[in-house]
Ligand binder design. Structure first.
Ligand code: ACM
Ligand code: ZN
Length: 477
């Protein structure tokens, strides 16, 4: 039986018949029938290999499928017909390059594998408390000073007094955007505001309530240094930054963060209080909402579809059209929003946060997660789940080898939930195909986790979980 990752919609085999792939050049047929532009058909027959699609995207996915078949079978590939189409339009992966950076070549390696798994959105987390990693022409000092922290204090194991710094030049960013475009991946930059802004405040202390000095953070955690929403210059600076980012990232989406915002400083800030008063706002959620809506509206006017983490729903009056990325939703705001028509992306911390060890979120658990199976989500709410995303946060991940081991094969599982219909899923079949895919990727120098590490149990696993969770013991997340 032909079992691929992600499993195609339909596979019809002529059991026992094989052809030599190298005997043929692949024939392309462009279909004029309007269908989903990511759909394709692949015919492997005794007299040749043909791919049919109505767009370049479809041809691309057909080629990826054929490449995987060849990597599993070698030159002698099974005669078959595959008709394929994705389940979700949004199939995302996120890499945090703020806490630790990865080189352009390392990112390309990750993106290349993601493209072969038919992901189509790269959410690039580029700025956070621990570093601002974008070359900006409008604020060169933000890049120069905001990209460096004095050392590392991440959990127990990543401790250093050596300054850590780096950023992506505009040329490098364009190189990544172009690399992704050729693989039909839209790059989504994230500028996380108004929280997670220490690096920004280090350079522009006047954008914080009270204007005190702020350091680029060396540790994991949630910090009270957030943007002052009552300060006029805050809006100007953010608008200038996002305007330049829109030039660099021409894709459909822009992510403005909005998560984990301690509002303690807003309470006693004359500027924040005065803004609240003039806008007739009586609570902190309302202030946060006002700020998010203003940044989002600016981007929406530029034609962007704006994404924010689910905290953006606080206040209850989020701009229409904004998409919500649901990661932790204790009050069910994202569920309610989806039930009322808002588009959401399922990116649940449990089990899609790929920075957790397999001892906590095993491969099987990641695979069995069903993106629309959310408590309280109605049938019409399910229709508003546009897809899934698996983020990898990198406070504790400072090498590409570790990045790859955390993501692969986990992202195989996420890719399958994003592309394949539930009826075509089976963990047993997926796991055996994953063995083959890991072998194929190992031979390309990708450090996939070995099968023995996919679903750990017992004492070793308990110790690994405890060691990881102890990283949060002082700071929380
Ligand atoms: C998040 O993990 N703070 C989105
Ligand atoms: Zn303020």
């Amino acid at each position: 039986m032909i079992r691929l990752i992600p499993q195609p919609l339909s596979v019809t085999e002529n059991t026992g018949a094989f052809v030599k792939a190298s005997d043929f050049t692949v024939t392309r047929k462009t279909l004029s029938v309007k269908q989903c532009d990511e759909s394709y058909s692949l015919y492997i027959k005794a007299d040749g290999i043909t791919i049919c699609a109505s767009s370049e995207k479809g041809f691309f996915y057909a080629e990826k499928t054929l490449e995987q078949i060849i990597s599993f079978y070698g030159d002698l590939i099974p005669v078959c017909t595959i008709n394929d189409s994705p389940r979700f339009e949004y199939r995302g992966f996120m890499i945090d390059c703020a806490r630790h950076m990865f080189s352009v070549d390392e990112l390309k390696k990750m993106i290349d594998v993601a493209a072969s798994l038919k992901f189509n959105r790269f959410h690039w987390h580029l700025a956070d408390d621990q570093g601002f990693r974008i070359e900006l022409k409008c604020y060169p000092e933000l890049t120069r000073l905001g990209s460096v922290r004095a050392g590392d204090r991440f959990g127990k194991n990543l401790q250093s007094d050596k300054p850590y710094g780096g950023f992506y030049t505009q040329k490098e960013i364009s190189e990544i955007v172009d690399f992704c475009r050729k693989r039909f991946i839209d790059v989504i930059p994230e500028l996380d505001v108004p929280g997670h802004s220490s690096a920004l405040l280090h350079v522009f202390p006047e954008l914080g309530c009270g204007g005190k000095n702020v350091s680029v953070k060396m540790s994991n955690g949630i910090f009270k240094d957030v943007l002052c929403v009552g300060e006029e210059k805050t809006e100007t600076v953010i608008r200038n930054i996002v305007s330049e980012l829109c030039e660099l990232f021409p894709g459909e989406y822009f992510h403005i963060g909005g998560d984990e915002v301690p509002r303690d400083n807003w309470k006693n800030c004359p500027k924040c209080r005065s803004l609240a008063e003039s806008a007739g706002i009586h609570d902190l959620d309302g202030l946060q909402q006002l700020f998010i809506n203003s940044v989002a509206a600016f981007l929406q006017e530029k034609g962007k579809t704006v994404i924010g983490w689910n905290e953006c729903l606080k206040g209850g009056k989020l701009n229409g059209g904004m998409v919500i990325e649901r990661w932790l939703d204790p009050k069910g705001l994202a569920v309610k929003a989806a039930n009322n028509g808002r588009k959401i992306i399922a990116a649940p911390l449990k089990p899609y946060y790929a920075d957790y060890p397999y001892a906590i979120y095993s491969l099987k658990e990641v695979y069995l997660y069903e993106p629309t199976d959310i408590k309280g989500l109605t049938e019409s709410g399910k229709e508003n789940v546009i897809g899934t995303e698996s983020p990898i946060w990198t406070e504790f991940i400072n090498s590409c080898a570790s990045l790859e081991a955390h993501c692969f094969p986990r992202w195989f599982a996420v890719a399958e939930s994003a592309w394949s219909i539930p009826e075509n899923k089976s963990y047993r079949e997926f796991a055996s195909a994953s063995v083959k895919l890991c072998e194929a990727l190992h031979s390309r120098g990708i450090n996939c986790t070995l099968p023995s590490g996919w679903n750990p149990t017992g004492l070793k696993s308990l110790c690994e979980s405890a060691a990881f969770l102890s990283n949060f013991s002082t700071t929380g997340k």
